[in-house]
Design a protein around this ligand. Sequence first.
Ligand code: DX5
Ligand code: ZN
Length: 218
Amino acid sequence: MEISTSILSVPKEKCIQTFYNLETAGTDYFHIDVMDGEFVKNNTVALMTEYAEYLNSITTEPLDVHLMVKDVMAFIKSFIIFEPRVITIHLEAAKNKEELMEWISYIKENNCKVGISVKPNTKVEEVLPYLPFIHQVLIMTVEPGEGGQTLIPETIEKIRELKKYIDENGYGVDIEADGGINVDNIAKLKEAGCDIAVAGTSIVQSSNFAETIRMLKD
Ligand code: DX5
Ligand code: ZN
């Protein structure tokens, strides 16, 4: 299981030291939660832009950008400059298939992998038509909008259903899960077929990043 640490809850006053400690502790990605105050009620644009700048200059760890925004193309353009490994957009933000395919093409044309994220109440079936064109699906295990929430158990079945469909059709698509993930529930996600787990609070609030990340990975 790869670990993508959400930096949403990293305190600004010691963010550089925290990023450095997370890198040496073995996080596989830095998960950047961009919220515009419209698609979700919180607005983290300024902070996530500042953090992306720092991360780009102090670490070689890949950036995993999660756009929880309404004006998707505008934010793809403002975060592609940080040369992230992947940009994940919300299926629910697209008004139709054409628009979603336009975002997918634009991200790929800029040498970046594409992810599609689905909220807890969005059916997995809705993302299936896009699997041939994307690199990962981000299954939200909490309602997007803030860190520190509790994982919604029903979302684990969505991972299992998606994994079965990906394997049956031979798609090389990774499954990432995001929200409320910790050492107590990650084994269920792995068993269901999750490849990458996003964890924010359970890592950043822990007293030993390396030990927590190791426990999440094993
Ligand atoms: C929620 C974000 C998640 C969240 C993860 O909208 O997409 O990445 O910050 O943080 P925890 O692990 O605290 O739920
Ligand atoms: Zn996220």
